[in-house]
Design a protein around this ligand. Structure first.
Ligand code: DC
Length: 225
């Protein structure tokens, strides 16, 4: 098994961009588990399957193929071969993803695939339950967080990039709602692992967030295996 750097945290905490850059600088494979849950959610929307219909959602999750590919420095998400990278970032998917990812059967399938990804590679894996559930014995665990207002500011930019103009208030509401569902669900809720190092990015620049993690990883003996 390769070295595992687990990075968890709530929506908009800056964990995605940070995790991506950390992976790049360490030369590790980056895995965005949120994109996996978003991809299955997109498919349920397209097929008009309600998250309440959990059996159908699980059957769909069993069949789909989700892959990642780097293209000109951007990570692309492929769902059954189709590039859905932009579509999975839409507000529609963001609103529907929490109930879909709360389905136990969906999580089982995704977690199994996530564990398989570490068998041959050193990885930086980002999500909500990586340090607590997917890799409870990860070599490194970080919990990246920030005040909700700062997180909403960052999300505005993400939405603008894909041409959706949501107000700051709408985004604060969306984030709060998602936090609530993600933290209170029965199966692997969003929770800091007891042994995770907290990185609060409220007052940190991007470079500072990345540097903090890189420094900790590079200074630990696990890196000299
Ligand atoms: O990180 P993100 O915003 O792209 O994640 C989208 C949703 O997926 C998030 O609201 C909760 C869910 N998720 C999860 O349940 N477990 C993970 N490991 C990653 C994401």
């Amino acid at each position: 098994m390769g070295i595992v750097v687990a990075i968890d945290g709530p929506a908009g905490s800056g964990k995605s961009s940070t995790a991506k850059e950390v992976a790049k600088r360490l030369g590790f494979t980056y895995v965005d588990t949120g994109a996996m849950y978003r991809a299955i959610t997109l498919l349920t929307i397209r097929r008009k399957i309600s998250p309440e219909n959990s059996e159908q959602v699980v059957s769909l999750a069993e069949l789909i193929d989700i892959r990642f590919r780097w293209e000109n420095g951007n990570l692309r998400t492929l769902l059954n071969g189709e590039d859905v990278s932009d579509e999975i970032r839409s507000a529609e998917v963001a609103q529907a993803v929490s109930p879909v990812s709360a389905i136990a059967g969906v999580r089982e399938i995704m977690v199994k695939r996530q564990r398989e990804m570490s068998s041959e590679n050193n990885i930086v894996m980002e999500g909500r339950d990586i340090g607590t559930n997917v890799f409870p014995k990860a070599d490194f665990k970080f919990y990246v967080t920030a005040d909700v207002e700062v997180r909403a500011m960052r999300r505005i930019g993400d939405y603008q990039k894909i041409g959706q103009n949501l107000s700051w208030e709408e985004i604060v509401e969306e984030i709060k709602k998602r936090d609530r569902i993600d933290s209170s669900r029965t199966h692997s809720p969003l929770k800091k692992a007891d042994d995770a190092i907290v990185i609060d990015t409220t007052h940190l620049t991007f470079e500072e967030q990345v540097e903090k993690i890189i420094e900790i990883v590079k200074n630990r003996p696990e890196m000299v295996r």
